[in-house]
Design a protein around this ligand. Sequence first.
Ligand SMILES: Cc1cc2nc3c(=O)[nH]c(=O)nc-3n(C[C@H](O)[C@H](O)[C@H](O)COP(=O)(O)O)c2cc1C
Length: 339
Amino acid sequence: MVTFPTNRPLLALAPMQDVTDWAFWKLIASYGGPDLYFTEYFRVTKGYRLQRSILHSILENPTGRPAIAQIIGNDPEWMVKCAGQLEKYPVAGVDLNLGCPAPVVYRKCAGGGLLREPGRIHHLLGVLREGLRGMFTVKTRIGFSDPAEFDRLLDVFAAHRIDVLTVHGRTVSEKYGPRVHLDRIAQAVTRLPFPIIANGSIDSVAAARHVQEITGAQGLMIGRGAIRNPWIFQQIRDAFAGKPVHHPTGREVLGYVEALYSSSCSNDVPEKSQVHKMKKYMNFLGEGIGGEFLHAIRRVMTKAEFFDVCKQALDHEEPLRLEADGVATGGMGRFPKRR
Ligand SMILES: Cc1cc2nc3c(=O)[nH]c(=O)nc-3n(C[C@H](O)[C@H](O)[C@H](O)COP(=O)(O)O)c2cc1C
């Protein structure tokens, strides 16, 4: 059951493949967490099998909050079969991915690739809505290569009883580029009768307020900003409640990095692979800490080297803002803040 709060936007953690697994959900929840979680996507092709690791997140949901299962594919018969199967698990709903920009996905006309074929989306939405008893949600980008495509897509969405639509305000071609088309998200809010969740580069309380004000969206979804700053959901909640917002100190961020390491790396994996995995997370976190930190972290090979670099940057009591441009309010250890 998903309930939209009345005094602030609903907060959702974005689905992120290879990131938002059970361990990450648990960790994020320990910092206050969002109101709603989405699984990584279940890939649905003819004769598909549900991925066990994603099912684990649903069956053992450690967050105490609702989770929606996301599916990706384009075969209506198998998609509806999969959606029906997922509904038997403890999910709040099933979400259709219409945004994945990975060429290996969109070239097969799934994820973002479907946005080039609104007629096919129309058919797929009809079949899924018909086949689903519970909540049916969709997560879309605003077009494949041109934001103007969104006009036609909105006609398609308007023709179906979708429960919630998440709009990532970029086209597939724009990938993760600097511009998020908030005007297009606002257009969805005005045009469609169901709740809209706004998504794209929300990484601070100020950004959350701005996106909500400009778009009027009933919800905000945060992905990379939550890897960078797991406090973000509580910060937004506190800000909307008029309470003071906690900005973690360098040492608290170091504690988060340590927790991320121990929750995401199992002992049966070689140290080199663990460090490699952490470097992937650090690509996001590092954007909030500064260029020199990122430069140094990319060169580490061992766990000891990894934590040496982290300690040099984070072993201090100054508050950090952890926004994408590396803005920090306080001292950066050895690494000066960047503006
Ligand atoms: C590593 C990574 C994996 C992602 N995997 C998915 C996914 O499985 N399903 C999906 O709908 N979007 C996926 N996305 C897109 C995010 O859900 C989100 O729409 C996008 O990152 C923009 O939000 P943000 O700026 O808050 O990160 C992924 C993004 C990243 C960075």
